[in-house]
Design a protein around this ligand. Sequence first.
Ligand code: GUN
Ligand code: ZN
Length: 438
Amino acid sequence: MTASPMTSIPRIALRGDLLDFTDDPGFAAPAGAAGVRFRPDHWLLVEDGRIVGAQADDPAPGWERVDHRGSLVMPGFVDTHVHSPQLDVIASYGTELLEWLNTYTFPAEARHGDPAVAVAGAERFLDALLAHGTTAAVVFPTVHKVSADALFAGAQRRGMRLVAGKVLMDRHAPDYLRDDVKDAERDCVDLIGRWHGRDRLAYALTVRFAPTSTSAQMQMAAALLQAHPGTYMQTHVAENRDEVRWVAELFPEARSYLDVYHRHGLLNERSVLAHGVWLDDTDRALLRETGAQIAHSPSSNLFLGSGLFDWFAAEGQGAHVSVASDVGGGSSLSMIRTLADAYKVAAMRGVKLTAWKALYGATRGAARALHLDHEIGSLEPGRHADIAVWDWASTPLMQHRVDLAQDLHEKLFAWMTLGDERLLESAYVAGVRRYRRE
Ligand code: GUN
Ligand code: ZN
């Protein structure tokens, strides 16, 4: 008799308070918001790395049970704009954007041309993302091909959804960090061939920002974007007033900073533009027409003194907006702290951001803006089981405050405002536990 082959599909059931979003809660008041789905003390069923259901009843025998009772179980956060090498310069004192780049950032990024530094940096960064409950990200490494390779390889080993690409910068940067159109094109083509569409990885043509790329380099990036379906484009736009003035001098023919990218064929529904603090109505209409999104980076905008992004106005004109840490301009990889800053930035503009809208923007909203809603950002059946398990409080004072909350929004808003990565208990990527607090 021949033994039949054993196929063992891991079946895991996670117990906790399940929170995700079925739709965009928008800027409605907390009580009136649609799209919020809270299932307290439920089991989330995960089979072969994907969510297959949720139920209040105990799972049948045969499911491996993981008891996170009393914890908040959410989709892992999606950070739509973050720089892996900039963990080396996070929390650097005293500068605005252009001086910050020259003083701290460029010298630090130069070191990642060394393969050993690039690999160690990518590993540290990816582990740190997971330890902050972020399971998917859109990432800038450095101009060096080896730094992109290290990031993709590390994300692949962890089973993570990652969008990244070698940084393009062929002018207005130190010699030691500049590429040129021909070498950059060759590197991009090689990286796209080896990484784009492999497992959960996607390539992004990564124009650092308009001042550091020639027109020829942006045209090259646009041609590759066209030629390789599913690739993304990531860059920075209208972050800082001096930067905006500089772009106007460099591209006098363009109507605006955003228009520089449009003229070069770089705006489409897979374009991720960080900041957008200094956009006008015509720019916002262009975002709507092209489907390009703004990666709102409130901590970075506060830390570098860049300005106050108008999330409400951007979405009012139909632009997609997600939320991003922008480390190392941003001062924390924690999306919880980033959302707390987003609330304060909105408040300065006279708008009140609910915890619903904020959390949506860092989960399903980001997934939707990236056209990855079918894979990440929610607890719907069929999605990859990228999940973060959070305590409700990390200090006695925080516990005191959440215990006093009268309803779920009040509790979550206190959680978002007072919390950080200390709340994280576990992070799962495609159903595999990749972070567990000691
Ligand atoms: N603009 C161009 N490069 C950068 C960067 O590394 N960080 C931020 N915040 N803005 C940029
Ligand atoms: Zn950035």
